[in-house]
Write a protein that binds this ligand. Structure first.
Ligand code: PLP
Length: 461
């Protein structure tokens, strides 16, 4: 099949959409490490997690063996409103780069929340409703998760309380208003409304907040309010499971045209879009059916995979959540105020951490000005104005395509374009004015974060 027979956009028909999520843990010989209770250091079971998370989501969290999990019909119906998302052949970008590489991207920004996060938000809201809960609490960084969750909650008529990282709350008033349009209440974090928020404010006056702080606040409110549970937009196994819809659609679309990616790239904050995109491909690799190169791209200002430690750590700054084994910068690490809010988390999904540790995935870090250069280059030829987070993947995809120009190799590159950047124009403005800086933490700053990793026998420091 020649290139030109492949359309610009490969869509799927409704009947080709996935009916089941794929759980990559089922095909991992060495499983990701279990969550540990922060007090007893024992693996957390179903009963331990139920006070925090919805019952069905706890089951999904703990299930390391079932490869395919049915997507309930109500969720599939909601998916049909904005999915399948297009898989686009970046013909114009290829031409601009003058590369023999073939570039594809899966675009998840075609819904009001503007990112892939709605894929998991709707699932989590569905299970909360099914359990008869009144509402859910959560944190949001850049605002995409809070927006997605408020949309999902309004669809199922659930109350939604969002703790928004203060720097984003101030930088992104429009995101906040989108959430309120969907009926959510939005509180800047750290706040005076929780015990943990007051403690963090006392210790770090004037802090601009972090995802870790906001998680602590949201968990406290959920566990102290009758009929509420906490939901999380990334990092957890259940979220990667829901996001596998991205990879499953991509694989079906590629298989239809006999396309096989050589390199699969995604930006990595907590790891959910990347995990979802690569899952079915990684599954093939784990079963010995195919080989791919997987690349996680993270900001140089928050380099959990490339410079972090693989250890048990707290998922939140307040140290109220379970311990997860992950590549981490320490739960007290507060990254510089870079513009990719969705990539400012101190740790990485246990699934991706384990795959990375086994050498099955690569990781690289990129600086924000080079990320915005890539974003602008992409916007000018492909039309879509990308989110700063997504642009980390664009940077790496362009770099790989340029390597192909040097070597003459016709590699097929697939990357996840997680969302649009309309609410990030203040960051684009800084970039255009030449006011954007690149901040790379020193080893000293990182070691201060590592000091916060809990110390117990067998836990690397
Ligand atoms: C949240 C977000 C990310 C990062 O989260 P992951 O869980 O690592 O996928 C990336 N891109 C966009 C647009 C986001 O909103």
């Amino acid at each position: 099949m020649t290139n030109r027979e492949i359309p610009y956009k490969i869509y799927l028909e409704e009947k080709e959409m996935p009916e089941k999520w794929y759980n990559v843990r089922a095909d991992m010989k060495k499983k990701p490490s279990p969550l540990l209770h922060p007090g007893t250091l024992k693996p957390m079971g179903y009963e331990d997690l139920r006070p925090v998370f919805c019952d069905e989501l706890v089951r999904q969290e703990l299930d390391d063996v079932t490869p395919y999990i049915e997507i309930p019909q109500e969720i599939r119906d909601f998916y049909k409103m904005y999915r399948p998302s297009p898989l686009v052949r970046a013909y114009c970008l290829e031409k601009k780069l003058d590369t023999p590489a073939k570039i594809y991207y899966k675009f998840e920004g075609n819904n009001t929340s503007g990112s892939h996060k709605l894929n998991s938000a709707i699932a989590q809201a569905y299970y909360a409703k099914k359990q008869g809960l009144k509402g859910v609490t959560t944190e949001t960084g850049a605002g995409q998760w809070g927006t997605a969750l408020s949309m999902a909650c309004s669809y199922f008529e659930l109350d939604c309380k969002v703790y928004m990282v203060k720097v984003s709350y101030e930088q992104k008033p429009f995101r906040r208003e989108v959430m309120r349009t969907y009926g959510a209440s939005v509180t800047p974090s750290p706040s005076e409304t929780t015990e943990v928020g007051r403690k963090i404010l006392a210790e770090h006056p004037g802090t601009t907040g972090s995802l870790g702080c906001a998680i602590s606040e949201a968990v406290e409110v959920a566990t102290h309010s009758e009929g509420y549970r906490y939901v999380l937009g990334s990092v957890l196994n259940q979220v990667l499971l829901h996001q596998s819809v991205i990879g499953l659609e991509t694989k079906t679309a590629m298989d239809k045209y006999g396309i096989r990616p050589d390199i699969i790239i995604g930006c990595a904050g907590g790891g959910s879009n990347l995990g979802g995109l690569i899952s079915p491909f990684m599954g093939e690799q784990l079963r010995g059916e195919a080989q791919y190169r997987f690349i996680a791209v993270e900001p140089a200002s928050c380099p959990s995979l490339t410079r972090g430690k693989y250890a048990y750590d707290f998922c939140d700054t307040g140290m109220v959540c379970p311990l997860a084994k992950m590549y981490t910068l320490g739960s007290g690490f507060i990254p510089s105020a870079n513009h990719a809010g969705g990539l400012r988390y101190h740790g990485m999904s246990s699934v991706l951490s384990e795959l990375y540790d086994q050498g099955l995935m690569e990781a690289r870090s990129v600086e924000q000005t080079e990320v915005f250069e890539a974003a602008e280059q992409f916007a000018r030829v492909e039309g879509i104005l990308p989110a700063p987070e997504s642009s980390h993947a664009i940077r790496a995809a362009i770099d790989e395509a340029l390597k192909c120009r040097e070597s003459g190799e016709e590699k097929t590159i697939l990357f996840g374009l997680t969302g649009t950047g309309y609410f990030d124009m203040a960051a684009y403005e800084k970039f255009h004015n030449g006011e954007m800086t690149d901040y790379i933490p020193t080893d000293g700053e990182l070691s201060a974060g590592f000091d916060g990793i809990p110390k117990f026998a067998g836990n690397p420091q």
